[in-house]
Write a protein that binds this ligand. Structure first.
Ligand code: IPE
Ligand code: IPE
Ligand code: MG
Length: 247
């Protein structure tokens, strides 16, 4: 499907693409396989998507890999996901270096098993100087938790006279989110036919475009990625203005 890629305008790429990678479990179930096999196959789509985003020239890619709510899954599944995370980080360091991708992580990372934290910090440190793309993994991430910790930090600063309450605006809030070094999200993709945010980047998607597809995450190919970007590029983002003001 080479022709789809040629339809993409490289000058109008989303500067921040965020993906809710959903449907690994159903993919496995449809095939009579264990959910773990679905997650394993999901990692292949992760690698492909990361490489293709880097190839296109997308500057910021954020992947929702594990939510605060996902801790409520059966322990066996949580353990499987953590193990997969460790092995993927080990395996993909080379891919990240070759494509000059910097790894970043957002979420309540201290809740992750120590082994995951160590592996994560190692890959983050080793890729810190890469400038081509920032890949952010949302791990043990919940948007409400992110907002709560931001409110706490800001109120502490007000209490200690570091900032005045009058100074609190969008910038101050942005600076206290896990995503402080990332631009606003331009495009959100969610796979598997669900039409919800599931506690993902609630503040950051205020003016994002949404793209939903029924494709399950392990089946998310480069053509699917291109379709989403082409759809994004054909939309008129008005930011509250009239169509005439935009053109
Ligand atoms: C997404 O696939 C992966 C994670 C949430 C970790 P799911 O595991 O949610 O797959 P479904 O939604 O059950 O099909
Ligand atoms: C959202 O998927 C979280 C991730 C993709 C990591 P879920 O499968 O956990 O979402 P819900 O529970 O269906 O809303
Ligand atoms: Mg799901």
């Amino acid at each position: 499907m080479k022709h789809l890629e040629t339809q993409i305008n490289k000058l109008k790429l989303p500067s921040h693409l965020a993906i809710i990678m959903d449907g690994n479990g159903r993919w496995a179930k449809q095939k009579g396989l264990l959910r773990a096999v679905g997650h394993e196959n999901g990692t292949k789509s992760v690698r492909l998507t990361v490489e293709n985003c880097a190839k296109l020239g997308i500057k910021n890619l954020t992947l929702y890999a594990f939510s605060t709510e996902n801790w409520n899954r059966p322990k066996l599944e949580v353990d499987t996901l953590m193990k997969l995370l460790i092995s993927s980080l080990k395996k993909e360091l080379k891919t990240l270096q070759e494509n000059k991708i910097r790894l970043n992580a957002i979420g309540n990372l201290t809740n992750l098993p120590e082994k995951v934290q160590r592996e994560l910090q190692e890959v983050i440190a080793k890729t810190a100087e890469n400038k081509h793309m920032t890949l952010t993994l949302a791990l043990s991430y919940g948007s409400r938790e992110e907002l709560i910790q931001a409110v706490k930090k800001i109120s502490d600063k007000v209490k200690n006279n570091i900032i005045s309450s009058d100074a609190i605006g969008e910038n101050i809030i942005n600076e206290h989110l896990y995503t402080h070094n990332l631009p606003d999200v331009d495009l959100v993709i969610r796979t598997s036919g669900e039409h919800r945010l599931s506690n993902f980047l609630l503040w950051q998607v205020a003016y994002a475009e949404f793209y939903f597809t029924d494709v399950l995450w392990p089946d998310f190919t480069e053509e699917e990625l291109y379709k989403a970007i082409i759809s994004f590029q054909n939309r008129e983002r008005r930011f509250g203005k009239t169509s005439e003001q935009i053109s």
